[in-house]
Design a protein around this ligand. Structure first.
Ligand code: GUN
Length: 302
């Protein structure tokens, strides 16, 4: 790294730790008010290694802030009907504030139909069309965890977004598309002019070089190099990929969609991988669960 590098880290671990402290205090208040802690359930179908790691991290985070958590493991052979029945049971479970079905699901299952079966009042992932519609309209509701975690990260570090050009790379339903909406909203952070780039974008480098704020959620390891980034940009890397590395004890290391070593020296701010967006996604899920529990509490009180 050149000696002139002056970038600062958007440290998702530090930011999520601060958020989790606040969440823990509010969880204690919910417990005092209604006699039970916020309760999140996660459904994991099959045994995809990465999904298991993510779900276990979510359950652990619940314990750390004083939430109850339930992990429901279903075999990879689970049928669509069985999974929908499980979702309906969780919808009806009055002991539960919110739940998620970890994606991706095995190929024979229809994730859209499963998401549609979730009661929007318990949709703490913010993936249900009702949640996404509320987000687009600027109404109160559950925001998808990764995009809202990124907004919180930008807020935490006081990143100026008003009037800036934000380029989002990747148009997935759970990250890129909602991210583009949140950054264009009339709010702070927000008020950006947004370009949503994707796999059919012509001359991606020419587009990303125009970004004051570049958010990359393409799912392609090392897609973004130094020549694709404007000097002084803010870069948020949503990618997280395991690549073999025999020199490490674990046998692998984690890489983002951004080539950190070459891109960081051009940046004003950049997220590390790991320790950037990942911890913020989990903190946002906890925030949504707290909101679900608090909304219930409010309904009980009023
Ligand atoms: N798979 C990757 N990210 C997510 C997420 O935020 N929620 C769920 N349910 N599945 C995911």
């Amino acid at each position: 790294m050149p000696a002139t590098a002056t970038y600062q880290l958007l440290d998702g671990r530090a930011c999520s730790d601060a958020l989790k402290q606040r969440i823990a205090q509010e969880a204690a208040e919910v417990l005092a008010k209604r006699g039970r802690a916020p309760h999140l359930a996660a459904v994991l179908v099959g045994d995809d290694g990465a999904s298991r790691t993510y779900v276990e991290a979510k359950v652990k985070a619940c314990e750390a802030v004083g939430f109850r958590s339930s992990l429901i493991r279903l075999p990879a052979s689970t049928t669509q009907q069985e999974l929908i029945k499980q979702v309906q049971a969780l919808n009806a479970d009055a002991d539960l504030d919110g739940f998620i079905v970890q994606l991706p699901l095995p190929d024979h299952l229809d994730a859209d139909a499963v998401t549609l079966a979730i009661d929007p009042a318990k949709d703490v992932d913010g993936f249900h069309p009702v949640s996404l519609g509320n987000m687009v309209l600027g109404h109160d509701g559950f925001l998808p965890a990764t995009p809202s975690g990124i907004v919180e990260l930008l807020r935490h570090y006081g990143i100026a977004t008003n009037g800036k050009h934000c380029v989002v790379v990747g148009r997935s339903n759970i990250v890129g598309t909602p991210m583009s909406i949140l950054m264009s909203r009339n709010s702070d952070p927000g008020n950006c002019t947004v370009t949503l780039a994707h796999s059919r974008t012509r001359d991606l480098a020419a587009v990303t070089r125009e970004a004051d704020i570049l958010i990359v959620a393409a799912g392609k390891p090392g897609l973004i190099g130094a020549a694709m980034v404007k000097q002084g940009a803010v870069v948020v890397d949503v990618g997280i990929h395991r690549v073999d590395d025999p020199s490490r004890k674990s046998g692998f290391r984690l890489l983002g969609d951004v080539r950190f070593e070459e891109v960081a020296p051009k940046c004003a701010w950049i997220t590390p991988v790991p320790g950037g967006v990942g911890p913020m996604t989990i903190a946002s899920l906890l925030l949504n669960t707290l909101k679900a529990a608090s909304d219930v509490t409010r309904k009980l009180v009023n």
